[in-house]
Design a protein around this ligand. Structure first.
Ligand SMILES: [Ca+2]
Length: 339
């Protein structure tokens, strides 16, 4: 009987101790702006300190009555992050809560206009997936099964100097040129090709963690590859290993389907599939810093049943102009972004 008596005392002691019930809510998180945290102490637990860690790094210990907020600078990439809260009383841990959140860009994108400089001919059968200048020659990669090609051309006349066809099992995607090598992606085949500038195949490479092959560009050191998601992967141009990635966000939205890309003076200019605009991306953070509306160009090309979306950006370093076109567009537009 004595045994049961003691058990009863222990049980009553446990039942007197309140359960720690807490809720953490984070405000919309933007880079370089204070991110406010709301703590709901549902059982009025006795808390005196809260320790905050971001991505497993200790950030700060707050007093319970303080407004909890934190700020993430440009060293933090946009996209998914983790905040861990440890609730303390007299240096004892009462509860730990983990919150995942998305870090968005600091500012909304700036809207830019453009000036139309010139209109040039473009092969109406070219389902453009890659476009880039290299040593004054325009290179183009095209897609669709049975129609995928790699070509170099005189953009002023539309004359094609050289063209190779990809095997019909491949759907060609983005291209880029670095150190006299041409890199070309395929869409869902999981492989890319490396050629010399005469289009002789040097090697094939396999994708690793990236999903598909969409756009490609380079900064003179590494390749940037989009894969149909919000991610742009950095690849070593020799080993073709995927080194890291950035995620693309505006101040409010995730941007997926990053298509053809171009490296322009330290930024990535890109098409976004099904959008008649260019996005200007900060390659260090993933922020969309600018948008150029090109919707009226679609009306200037020959309208035909196979006409498809805007895709293809090539930067001419000599004059700072861009060449832009689309899939099965009969024209290529030389434009200048007005800043
Ligand atoms: Ca390009």
């Amino acid at each position: 009987m004595k045994k049961y008596f003691w058990l009863l005392i222990i049980l009553s002691f446990i039942s007197c101790k309140k359960e720690v019930k807490l809720q953490v809510k984070l405000a919309h998180a933007q880079q370089n702006k204070p991110i406010k945290v709301q703590i709901d102490n549902l059982n009025n637990s006795d808390i005196d300190k809260i320790k905050l860690s971001i991505d497993n790094q200790e950030y700060k210990t707050f007093d319970y009555n303080e407004q909890i907020s934190f700020k993430l600078d440009n060293n933090f990439l946009l996209g998914a992050h983790k905040a861990d809260f440890v609730f303390m009383n007299n240096d004892k841990e009462l509860k730990k809560l983990e919150t995942k959140f998305i870090l968005y860009a600091e500012n909304p994108p700036t809207l830019y206009k453009y000036e139309l400089i010139n209109i040039c001919p473009h092969d109406i059968d070219a389902f453009t997936q890659g476009l880039e200048f290299y040593k004054d020659t325009l290179y183009e990669g095209t897609g669709l099964y049975g129609h995928s090609t790699l070509r170099k051309e005189d953009y002023k006349t539309g004359k094609i100097y050289k063209k190779i066809d990809l095997d019909k099992k491949y759907f060609g995607e983005g291209i880029t040129l670095l150190n006299d090598k041409v890199y070309q992606l395929t869409w869902q085949n999981g492989v890319g090709f490396v050629y010399d500038t005469n289009f002789d195949l040097i090697k094939k490479f396999n994708y690793q963690k990236s999903k598909e092959g969409w756009g490609l560009c380079n900064d003179g050191k590494v390749l940037y590859k989009s894969d149909g998601t919000e991610k742009i992967w950095k690849l070593d141009p020799e080993s073709l290993k995927e080194l890291s990635y950035i995620s693309i966000y505006t101040d409010k939205h995730k941007i997926t389907r990053i298509n053809e890309m171009e490296w322009v003076e330290g930024k990535i200019y890109t098409n976004v599939w099904q959008k008649n605009a260019l996005a200007i991306i900060n390659p260090d953070t993933g922020a969309v810093e600018g948008i150029v509306n090109l919707s009226d160009l679609h009306n200037k090309v020959k309208q035909h049943p196979q006409l498809d979306v805007l895709n293809g950006i090539a930067y001419d370093k000599k004059n700072g102009h861009l060449l832009v076109t689309g899939k099965k567009w009969d024209k290529l537009f030389e434009i200048k972004i007005i800043k």
